[in-house]
Design a protein around this ligand. Structure first.
Ligand SMILES: Cc1cc2nc3c(=O)[nH]c(=O)nc-3n(C[C@H](O)[C@H](O)[C@H](O)COP(=O)(O)O)c2cc1C
Ligand SMILES: [Mn+2]
Length: 460
């Protein structure tokens, strides 16, 4: 029976809800977690359904993917119109900024149903996705740690390569709060304990992916999940350290990083469509595995899925900031051709000359990974690449409307930003202000077909 709504704090409830709505592809045949699983998932990528792999070679546990690759699916899960998703996410984050609801510590939860006697990561169905990936990866787990000085929690998502039965290597991008926590632990000659929480709902995923510009260091971003859930996020204590685990996670690993200890990590096919290179990166020891009795392992296919997680969060943040700072900004879209977080298209109803350029600058400041920003008028459909191109072809004045910023911090995974340094470009594709008739977009008067005698033949 189809449920009315899923409990978005619980992945099991979400999977059941998807199933009840015809939105879950069930792969019943046994699949190889190395390459075959990702190859099958790619057939369904960006479609209206998520995928559950019921039998994965070498493990007793199923694998779930595709929760984020369709905005339409996400919209339905949250019970929100698709186009309002960035606004909704921005609202939840703003509410949390004004009135945070702290997570609560509970005595027990599903994730504590089983604690493995020994740590052997090979019991988990960790997939290897792309052809040249260096090995199996945890790519959708939520990292919770604590600032070694203040004890305030920090939450993020990082990729982890499996390099041994109790060892992982982690990729921490420059500027991440986890990097800061690790540096603070190093300064105190301490290890950095953290938990890796796998198989969670989108409220917590979004909280972990909320950019630093929205959730500065020193704020407990887990409260964002409480806002999405409509009640405090529940945490349980771990057995070895003072860092908590998510009570409703499918699996939680108690881990620690030893400052200074590194191991080669990579390659890994990234959201950019390129492989991240191999380099020595922090080594992680897994000390305990906790899990539900029947856990489902969650993975994310780099690409469409990440566009709608990192991308949607970035979009929401840029929208919120622009609406605060630039009069007339109506909407923001991070295009998929721009990997979901390198190209923002901003829609503005300009109120004064020069504000389109203000919007360009504000967008770059609001989200450092952006490499391109295009600003268009409010008669342009920002989600339609052909319409955006029309504005560039007919309204952009290349001599005055292109802003190039050289030697600026960008996203290290973008090959044009080696060592996080490169140049960025903004396009002001808005009409000159004040508006003149020669830039007025022609349109036909909308008509209805209701009640008209019209014959549309089959094409032979
Ligand atoms: C699916 C997914 C994978 C990600 N992988 C990484 C990663 O490997 N390394 C990293 O530093 N950030 C990664 N991120 C981005 C961070 O999780 C995100 O920027 C987060 O807000 C960082 O938290 P912080 O602001 O507390 O540092 C990933 C995000 C998502 C959604
Ligand atoms: Mn943070």
């Amino acid at each position: 029976m189809a449920q009315v709504a899923a409990d978005i704090s619980d992945l099991a409830s979400i999977i059941q809800w998807l199933d009840g709505r015809g939105r879950l592809v069930r792969v019943r045949s046994e699949v190889d977690p190395a390459h075959q699983l990702a190859g099958i998932a790619a057939k369904f990528e960006r479609g209206p359904r998520a995928v559950l792999f019921e039998r994965v070679r070498g493990s007793a546990f199923p694998v779930f993917t595709g929760l984020y690759w369709s905005r339409e699916l996400l919209g339905e899960l949250f019970g929100k119109p698709v186009l309002s998703l960035p606004q909704y996410v921005a609202e939840c984050i703003r509410d949390w900024q004004v009135n945070p609801v702290a997570p609560v510590l509970v005595r027990s939860g599903p994730v504590r149903e089983v604690t493995e006697d020994t740590v052997d990561l090979s019991i988990l169905p960790v997939p290897t996705h792309a052809e040249l990936d260096g090995g199996p990866y945890f790519d959708a787990g939520v990292v919770i740690t604590k600032d070694p000085e203040t004890g305030i929690r920090n939450t993020s998502i990082q990729r982890f390569q499996v390099i041994g039965k109790d060892r992982l290597a982690i990729n921490i991008d420059a500027g991440r709060h986890l990097e800061l926590c690790l540096a603070k632990a190093a300064a105190r000659n301490q290890v950095l304990p953290f938990t890796l929480n796998i198989g969670v709902g989108p409220g917590l995923h979004f909280a972990a992916a909320a950019p630093a510009e929205a959730a500065p260091f020193g704020t407990d971003e887990l409260g964002i999940a409480s806002r999405f859930h409509g009640r405090p996020l529940e945490l349980v204590g771990s057995s070895l350290t003072h860092v908590e685990m998510v009570a409703d996670a499918m699996i939680a690993l108690e881990c620690e990083m030893m400052p200074g200890e590194v191991h080669p990590e990579g390659p890994f096919a990234e959201v950019t469509g390129y492989y991240a290179t191999v380099a020595p990166r922090p080594l992680v020891r897994v000390r305990r595995i906790h899990r539900r009795r029947h856990p489902v392992f969650q993975t994310i296919i780099s690409g469409g899925e990440v566009f709608n997680s990192v991308g949607l969060l970035g979009e929401a943040n840029v929208l919120a900031l622009l609406q605060k700072q630039v009069p007339g900004v109506k909407d923001v879209y991070f295009s998929h051709g721009g990997c979901g977080f390198y190209h923002a298209v901003v829609q503005i109803a300009q109120k004064r000359a020069g504000w389109a350029k203000q919007a360009l600058m504000a967008a770059f400041a609001a989200f450092p990974p952006l490499k391109m920003v295009t600003v268009v008028d409010d008669d342009v459909d920002i989600r339609n690449p052909a319409d955006v191109e029309w504005a560039m072809a007919t309204r952009l004045d290349p001599k005055h409307g292109i802003l190039v910023i050289d030697n600026v911090f960008g996203h290290g995974l973008n090959p044009t930003f080696p060592d996080y340094l490169g140049s960025k470009v903004g396009f002001d594709a808005t009409r000159p202000f004040p508006h003149t008739p020669n830039f007025t977009r022609a349109k036909v008067k909308p008509a209805t077909l209701d009640g008209l005698d019209i014959e549309v033949p089959e094409i032979r």
